[in-house]
Design a protein around this ligand. Structure first.
Ligand code: C5P
Length: 218
């Protein structure tokens, strides 16, 4: 059985989270949603009334948070200072500010250390932007998921009630540009990561493909 780490990176709307969760269940592994952690840090920044563009204030606020995440793939959860924030981390306000918060180097150092501690506790499917490049370069399986912008926008709009594909596409494009152009750990395919275009694939097909890769690596 699988005892290692699967690193799943890529932009949003590629089916990454759904795939990672299902794969973790099939492998009997932990599921680590690193995006949820950057979102939780963002919730803390917004709750404190701090400007997400003020890097020093962001770093200082985030250094004081108590962030607990459950890595159970059946019921992942994010708890900030004792309060569950699973809905807040998906709010439009959080989504709008998360790229600025996650671009702060001190925030990344802190959260990457916490991510490594979590991965160290057992076999893990970890998803994010920098798992294979920074968090866990020795992962047995490294996959970079992509999909066309149109497909990604349609998928995200389907998850968000009432959002138009056009507005979602504009938001995705803005976040992709910020995530790929930041100085610290920009979004990119890591050396040795297999690129998988999911535009024409179902979630099941992607999960099956990754499961086979994990079995081969076990
Ligand atoms: O995957 P998700 O959409 O929840 O990620 C939210 C944001 O968190 C991304 O747009 C990115 O700015 C940031 N992020 C990151 N590094 C990760 C995971 C997420 O910078 N490993």
């Amino acid at each position: 059985f699988f005892t290692g780490v699967v690193a799943l990176d890529g932009p949003s709307g590629t089916g990454k989270s759904t795939v990672a969760r299902q794969l973790a269940q099939r492998l009997g592994a932990q599921y680590l949603d690193t995006g949820a952690m950057y979102r939780a840090a963002t919730v803390a920044v917004l709750k404190a009334g701090v400007d997400p563009a003020d890097a020093a204030a962001v770093a200082s606020t985030v250094s004081r948070i108590d962030l607990r995440v459950s890595t159970d793939p059946v019921q992942p959860s994010t708890v900030l200072n004792g309060v569950p924030i699973d809905e807040e981390i998906r709010s439009p306000q959080t989504t709008a500010a998360v790229s600025a918060v996650s671009a702060v180097a001190a925030v990344r150092t802190q959260l990457v250390a916490q991510q490594r501690d979590l991965i160290n506790t057992g076999p893990t499917v970890a998803e994010g932007r920098d798992i294979a490049s920074v968090v866990w370069p020795t992962a047995e399986v490294k996959v970079y998921l992509t999909a066309s912008e149109q497909v990604r926008a349609a998928r995200r709009a389907g998850e968000l009630d009432g959002a138009s594909v056009d507005s979602v596409r504009a938001d995705l494009r803005r976040r992709d540009v910020l995530d790929a152009s930041r100085a610290t750990s920009p979004l990119r395919r890591a050396d040795g990561a297999l690129e998988l275009d999911t535009s024409a694939l179902s979630i099941d097909e992607v999960v099956t493909e990754l499961y086979e890769l994990a079995e081969q690596a076990a």
